[in-house]
Every structure is written in C-alpha cells, then in structure tokens.
Design a protein around this ligand. Structure first.
Ligand SMILES: Nc1ncnc2c1ncn2[C@@H]1O[C@H](COP(=O)(O)OP(=O)(O)OP(=O)(O)O)[C@@H](O)[C@H]1O
Ligand SMILES: [Mg+2]
Length: 316
C-alpha cells in the first residue's frame, strides 16, 4: 500500500461535509474542579480545596461524536444518560459542538461523571459516578438504532465498557446487512461480540490483552491477521501511541509512524482516531488514506490540552 493523493483531508472535505455519521456508545462527562489548597482539614489528614473555577467536556462516545462533527460531518449520537444535571450539561455541550443527540434518560442511573479535583497544579482526587443502564433502556436504544440506521453512511461504536453497548453484536449485524461500514473501538476481553465489524481499532495494550505478547513485528502481523480472519473484520488497526499505528487488511500491513511534534495530553487521541476514520470511510476514502489522515489528526490532538478536537484547516 502506497501513499496517494487521497491521503490529504482536503481531497475528502466536501464529501465529509455530506457524510452522515451515527455514533453509539457509552458517554460520560469529564469535570474538572480547580482550586486553592490553603490548609489541612481539621476533620481528617486531607487538604481542603477552595474551588475557584470548573471546566467540563464531553467524554467517551460523546468525545468521538464531537471530533467527527469538528471535521464537518453530520453527526448523531445515540446513548443513555441519567435524568440529572450532568446529563443536561452533556446535552448542552454536544448541541454547542453541533452534534445531534438522541439521549435516553434513564431515571434509575446517574450520568457517568469523572470528576477531578485539582489544587496546586495537581490532581488530588478523581471521583467516578457510574452505573450500568437498565435492560429496558438498552432495548429501546437498539430499536432506535434499527429504525434510524438507513439514514446514515457509517456507524461508529465506541465501547467504553460501561454496559451501554450490550447489543453490539446485533448492531454490527444490522449495519453489515445494509452494507453500511461499522467501526468499533473495543474494550475488555470478549472480542467475539465485535465479529463482522468493518474495522476494529484497539490500542496496543488492548490488543495485547486479547492476543498476547509479540516479540517482533512479524509476530505482531501474524497475530493481527489471525484476529482479523477469526473475527471476519475487513481491517484491524492497532494504535501504538508514540509508535504510531499499524493497519492490517487483506492486502497486508501498513505501518505509519507517529507524527506528533509536541505531546501535551494523549487522552482522547483514540477518540480522534476513530472519529476521523469514521468520517473518511463514510465519505468513501480507502482504508490506507483514512488511516494516514487519522494518524495526522491524532498527532495534532496530542499537542492540545484536554480532550480536544481537530478542524479541517489544521489537516490541510
Ligand atoms: N506519545 C505520543 N506521541 C506521538 N503520538 C501519539 C502519542 N500518543 C498517541 N499518539 C497518536 O495518537 C494515536 C492514538 O493513541 P493511542 O494508541 O495511545 O490510543 P488510545 O490508547 O486509544 O488513546 P486514548 O484511549 O487515550 O484516547 C497514536 O496512534 C498516535 O498517532
Ligand atoms: Mg482508546
């Protein structure tokens, strides 16, 4: 596989703006409370933080959706939130980022929130609120998915292991039956549920958990190709942090080195990768071009603080 003219975003920009992307998965709200530490608590040997400001960002599948929207695509997000203030905050942030939302409010669960308390420039504590959504809500979500699928060019399933993708095998089956490409960012050890996906995008740690260690590139390729055929995937993309990424298809392997000039914050790079791939494959790009551009986008996003997005102007 060689580099082609299709490997620049501008060649796909017009098509990308017409591409309808459906994102489904676990959403969360990333919250940051910043404050001053002036004393130790009289109640327990812990610092007292006086909160001065806060920030919030969409996380998980919501971050994938806003990354796809930032590239100009028409994005809809199906997910489950609680019937609470963080759920409303998430919806508000997504609307501001031009994502169309189809959020099921499940009164029985809290919206997943990761709250970081930061004082003296360091994270002092992270507090997680999360519960698996109910079966009834997940069933409604599947029905929603099935009904709306014909309106989309590509599906991105972002599994954060919070239980929101209980019906993922059926979702993949439904989109493949229509010929709609379906990309999956996996989590956990049961990869059989991803069988038949167009493309799977584990990072190297996730891949190693499932496929075991490799001693050299040849062994990695053997493991990757055997997973690809066992799971009937068209493509397997292993993202390898500072080592870049490796694409495995029926044509063979394509290795692309990391492009980052400066690395400030690697969190969310995987979300940018799958969002960019989704937009491009939905716009008709080939795997190799889509992966090269996704690698370029990831190289830009790790140079920004916080879970950030990349815009078409930055890709050239
Ligand atoms: N330290 C780094 N230096 C250069 N590029 C990086 C670095 N970390 C990530 N990248 C870029 O981002 C891509 C995705 O990163 P990574 O493999 O860490 O995904 P990930 O673990 O799923 O990310 P996350 O879960 O934090 O969103 C890499 O393939 C590479 O292009
Ligand atoms: Mg990831």
């Amino acid at each position: 596989m060689k580099s082609t003219a299709g490997a620049s975003f501008s060649a796909h920009r017009a098509a990308a703006s017409r591409t309808r992307v459906l994102v489904v998965g676990d959403v969360m709200l990333d919250r940051y409370w910043f404050g001053e530490v002036e004393r130790i608590s009289p109640e327990a040997p812990v610092p007292v933080v006086r909160i001065a400001r806060n920030e919030e960002r969409p996380g998980g599948a919501a971050n994938v959706a806003r990354n796809a929207a930032a590239l100009g695509a028409q994005v809809t997000l199906i997910s489950v939130v609680g019937d609470d203030e963080p759920g409303q905050a998430l919806e508000r942030l997504l609307v501001a980022d031009h994502v169309r939302t189809s959020l099921h409010r499940d009164a029985a669960v809290p919206t997943t929130v990761k709250l970081r308390v930061i004082g003296r420039q360091q994270q002092l504590l992270r507090i997680d609120f999360e519960t698996t959504p109910s079966h009834e809500v997940l069933a409604t979500k599947l029905a929603d998915y099935e009904r709306t699928l014909p309106d989309f060019d590509v599906v991105v399933l972002s599994d954060y292991g919070k239980g929101g993708l209980a019906h993922i095998a059926r979702m993949i089956e439904l989109s493949r039956a229509r010929g709609t490409p379906v990309l999956v960012d996996p989590k956990g050890e049961d990869y059989l549920r991803y069988r038949g996906a167009t493309m799977l995008t584990p990072n190297r740690v996730e891949f190693r958990q499932v496929a075991g260690r490799w001693r050299n590139e040849a062994e990695l390729a053997t493991k990757a190709q055997s997973m690809r055929s066992e799971l009937a995937l068209e493509a397997l993309l292993i993202t390898r942090a500072e080592e870049g990424m490796s694409l495995f298809t029926a044509e063979g392997a394509l290795h692309i080195p990391a492009q980052a000039r400066e690395v400030f914050d690697v969190s969310g790079a995987g979300d940018t990768v799958i969002a960019t791939l989704g937009v491009l494959l939905g716009a008709g790009a080939d795997f190799a071009s889509a992966v090269r551009i996704a690698n370029q986008a990831a190289g830009i996003v790790v140079g920004k603080l916080g879970t950030a997005v990349v815009h078409p102007e930055e890709l050239g």
